[in-house]
Design a protein around this ligand. Structure first.
Ligand SMILES: *Cc1c(COP(=O)(O)O)cnc(C)c1O
Length: 427
């Protein structure tokens, strides 16, 4: 039997990292408890019962489980309405349905947080008029770049909003795979206030991927009109097998529903073919699972900073998403990290991550994931392009006690490599 705590060196490292993470853990516990009560209250107030967990097929008319879960999600997110479906193919698809749902030819979107997440650039048609992109349908895109220190440029945003009417202001909460910081809810509130003050009819939409339940409030509670995210990240709780959600103002959710299925039919159809139970369970588990992922991120930050590496966020820094960046500084360390993390995964522990070319990337990319759900990044995972400064983006962890083993094994590989060098000196 492998019992990782039997390794004295790993145990010492674990003890130091745990101590360093103590205050941040206590804060995560408080947020998790608050959000768990928020979700439980939504279940109780919406009268969730056994009949909602059943199966519909065919058109899925009168699927009370589906319709009630929409209400639960809306309530938990402090929104007027919501759509949560297993049939959203990915986060990008969900965001795309929301964008096409409310935008019309001739409209212009203003991104307040610079260039959006990679896959969203194709939806807007930012670089080229991709077939089926918003640009292909005559919807324009403009952006206000982030300031040099990675913050939204509020002054520039205000002056741009005064030049003409923008139908939508688009905000990305998470850092995604960039070095900027995630946007706190407080910052999102400031942006919403600024937009509403100058242009009250502009629809504020937030890409909330990786952000759900990281803070006590969601963007829809501080002025966002619409937000969307993926169920193989936080709000699926590691249980939903696929899907996404959109939450926000009723009139916009209604418009999204007509894009989600078809005009005139909207949310009246859509069989859930047995997925209701998983989506309910996943959403119920989400505050806790997100807390476990956050603890894993904080722990990794503590541990790798003890080993002398730069991490972002730092151990005690405020967080608004579940991503942790560790600057590993060289290619071999990056590969070692991913291999170590993989070796501590519950699924595919024997797999050996290897850098490979990826469509859409200039550099080779390496990925570690030993997940029960394909591509689920609420499960412990890490990925990185092979380029300076060789930083790894790590996220997820369904279960802190398991995920921390992955992190420890990643550290162990680096320590062994650097045994003669200057890293890992504390041991
Ligand atoms: C994950 C993510 C998305 C959606 O990505 P999918 O891979 O399509 O689910 C969009 N925006 C951000 C910031 C994300 O992290």
């Amino acid at each position: 039997m492998v019992l990782f705590s039997a390794d004295r060196r790993l145990a010492a490292l674990d003890a130091s990292a745990t101590k360093k993470a103590e205050a941040a853990f206590a804060n995560i516990e408080r947020i998790t408890e608050y959000n768990q009560q928020k979700v439980l209250s939504a279940f109780i107030e919406c009268g969730v019962s056994e009949m909602h967990l059943g199966v519909t097929t065919g058109y899925g008319y009168d699927d009370v489980g589906r319709d009630t879960l929409d209400k639960v999600v809306a309530k938990a997110f402090g929104a007027q309405d919501a759509l949560i479906r297993h049939s959203f193919a990915s986060g990008t698809h969900t965001l795309s349905v929301a964008l096409f749902g409310v935008l019309r030819p001739g409209d212009t979107v203003l991104s307040l947080t610079g260039r959006p997440y990679d896959t969203i650039t194709g939806v807007f048609g930012i670089d080229s008029k991709t077939d089926g992109s918003l640009r292909d349908f005559g919807i324009n895109y403009e952006q206000v770049c982030l300031t040099a220190d990675g913050e939204p440029d509020i002054e520039e945003i205000k002056s741009r909003l005064k030049t003409k009417f923008y139908k939508m202001a688009y905000i990305q909460r998470s850092r995604g795979y960039s070095s900027r910081k995630s946007l706190s809810i407080e910052k999102i509130k400031q942006l919403c206030d600024a937009v509403k003050e100058i242009s009250p009819d502009t629809v504020i939409m937030v890409d909330n991927c990786y952000g759900e339940f990281v803070e006590k409030r969601e963007p829809t509670e501080v002025g966002a009109d619409l937000m969307a995210g993926s169920l193989i990240k936080n709000p699926g709780g590691g249980i939903a097998p696929c899907g996404g959600y959109i939450a926000g103002k009723s009139k916009y959710i209604e418009m999204c529903a007509h894009r989600m299925t078809c005009a005139g039919v909207g949310r009246e159809v859509g069989a859930t073919v047995g997925h209701n139970r998983e989506l309910y369970m996943g959403f119920f588990a989400s505050p806790h699972t997100t807390g476990e992922a956050l603890k894993t991120a904080v722990y990794a930050s503590a541990l790798f900073s003890l080993l002398g590496y730069k991490t972002s966020p730092e151990t005690d820094e405020a967080r608004s998403d579940i991503i942790e960046i560790i600057y590993l500084e060289n290619k071999d360390a990056l590969i070692d990290f991913c291999r170590g993390l993989q070796s501590g995964s519950p699924v595919d522990a024997a797999a050996v991550p290897t850098p490979a070319p990826m469509p859409g990337y200039d550099d080779e990319v390496i990925m570690a994931a030993g997940a029960f759900t394909g591509g689920a990044s609420i499960e412990l995972s890490a990925d990185a392009p092979l380029r300076e400064p060789y930083c790894v983006y790590m996220q997820g962890g369904l279960n802190f006690y398991s995920a921390k083993v992955g992190v420890l094994l990643a550290a162990d590989r680096l320590i062994k490599r650097n045994a003669e060098g200057d890293k890992g000196g504390i041991l």
